[in-house]
Each structure stands twice: as C-alpha cells, then as structure tokens.
Ligand binder design. Sequence first.
Ligand code: ADP
Ligand code: MG
Length: 253
Amino acid sequence: PAAGAVVLDVRAIRKQFGGLLAVNDIRFQVRAGQITGLIGPNGAGKSTTFNLITGVLSLSGGEVRFRDERISGLGARAIAQRGVSRTFQHVKMVPEMTVLENVALGAHLRSRSNAAAAMLRLDRVEERTLFAEAERQLCRVGMGELLHHKAGDLAMGQQRLLEIARALCADPALLLLDEPAAGLRHKEKQELAGVLRTLRAEGMAILLVEHDMGLVMDICDHIVVMEFGTHLMEGTPAEVQRSEKVRAAYLGT
Ligand code: ADP
Ligand code: MG
C-alpha cells in the first residue's frame, strides 16, 4: 500500500465480557508508513483490542477492515495469512535452538493450517526457502550477525528483535506490537526505535501498544488514547501531551 493509505480500519468495535464492556465503540485507522500508538492506563482495553483485530477474540459488535476487506469474523489464521502479524507480550522461543532456527520454526508453524501438518517433514526446497526468509527478516531487524547464536543466550532486547523478525516472515502489511520495550535497557530501546523507524520508512503500517511514554511520543505519528474501554482522544504526540483529558486519565486528577 502507498504511504499514508489506510491499511486497517477499526469501526466501532465492542467486546463484552459478562457485564463488562472491555472495548466500547472503539474506532481508529492505521496507515501505511506510519506508527500508530495505542495507549491508556492498565485495564483500558488495549490488549483486548489487539485480540479483536487479530481474531483471537470474537467481536460483540462493529467490524474490522484490512486493505478494503472485512476481516472480522475470519479466524486468527486467516487474518494472519492476509498480512496482519503480531508479537506477544511474552517472548516465546526455544532457548536451545539458534536464532535462525527459532525464526524459521515460528514462520513454519504460522504458515501451516494445523499443528499436525506443521510436524510433517519439509522437503529440501521448502526448508531452504524458509531459512532464507528467516535470514532475510533477521537481517532486516539488525540481527544478521547473530543467526547461529543460541537463542537462550540473547539479551532481552535481542529476544524482542527475534520476535519481530518472526512476525515479519511472509511480509505482512500490518504489524501489531504488544509492549515491545517492556524490560529493555535504554540502549536497547533506542535500537528497537531504530528498527521500527526503518520498517516505517519501508512502508509498514505499525500499531504499537507501549507503556514507555518517552518512546511512544518519540516514534509515533499518531496516537489513540483509550480509557475504561472507551476512546478518550486521538492526535499527534504533541496534541496528546497537551491534552488535559489524557493527563487526568493517567494521573487520576
Ligand atoms: P489493557 O491491555 O489496556 O491493560 P485489557 O484489554 O487486558 O486492558 O483488559 C480490559 C478489561 O477487560 C479489564 O478490565 C480486564 O480485566 C478485562 N478482561 C480482559 N480479558 C478478559 C477476559 N478474557 N474475560 C473477562 N474480562 C477480561
Ligand atoms: Mg494489556
């Protein structure tokens, strides 16, 4: 998609858990070549919103459109195959395997329709393609030097980049990141920011849930603020920082 084109259109989505409206009439758009932040206090409904977009949870109302197609109602795997990819808050990898093997395995598991098929042996050509793609994505996030290191030996920041490389396999148009900077050192956060800026420059649409406000304000083009499941406001980082409503939501004043 061309830079600035709407890639994801979230239209008045709702999610009810019993008596709780965890996500209530949330609407926003994510554009190609932009980083959109999704912020809000704990319990605001950010993770639920991610799960609704990616098909992990079913909607109670509203719809989600991706590149002019309605994706709400499709299963998580069908949504992923259309080009919506995500990382999870907790890194999942096999510590004894190499960085390259971890990314190739993750990409392979994602591409299969069920776990049984994923366990089948790959032929040589499939295996070569898979490893080439994993290597390409690891280089893209600056991990080209670490392909054959044991994943268990990686620093936290490198583990997060491994996760992002895995999410990038099969060339998604939209990347959803769930707190990628949590637990990272300052220098690691800067490396992460650099990678996200590179992806943005390549035209990726990025939706970022992140608690580190310094990072969010630094790299986001647009920010959506949620509170108690509702849409509190949205705007540029400067507009969000200036907002009394946002200050009150965070500080409770
Ligand atoms: P955030 O990610 O912004 O911290 P969540 O989306 O995790 O918020 O949660 C929003 C609200 O929905 C919270 O009150 C949470 O307790 C509730 N919630 C989340 N998932 C479930 C669930 N599976 N069942 C019931 N309540 C849930
Ligand atoms: Mg959350």
